[in-house]
Design a protein around this ligand. Sequence first.
Ligand code: T46
Length: 132
Amino acid sequence: MSSHIKEFKVLGDDRGQLVALEGNIDIPFSIKRVFYIYGTQDGVLRGNHAHYKANQFLIVINGSCKITLDDGLKKETFLLDKPNLGLCQPPMIWGTMHAFSSDCVLLVLADDIYKEEDYIRDYDTFLEVIKK
Ligand code: T46
């Protein structure tokens, strides 16, 4: 799953840094939705679900957090602590976000609008679905 992490080019100069992300170029899909989470307290878990169809790309644009991806057989934990790192969460991969710094801003790019029916929020159901 190490291939899920991507380092983006930083277009910096002496005024500061800039990262530009284009759908289907830097991000492997057309971006249909953007959301971000912040103000997550230490010790709190977020995510804890998989998607049937949606692809997500997760970027910590401030602070840090860890993301564990789980394909039902193996788990891998990634530390996102730089704004030029992105992690791809494809469909049918269980994702859990944790170890948030108090200043963490986690930006998520997705290839579909929000649909609750696309979520698998129960881990046993996830294991059953991937077995099929
Ligand atoms: C993910 C992590 C990082 C919406 O109305 N629209 C949206 O686009 C989203 C993402 C959520 N919501 C509503 C649904 C819930 O009533 O916002 C509320 C909180 O959502 P949720 O409990 O899913 O939040 P997290 O932080 O557990 O997960 C969210 C995303 O759902 C998830 O895909 O990767 O952020």
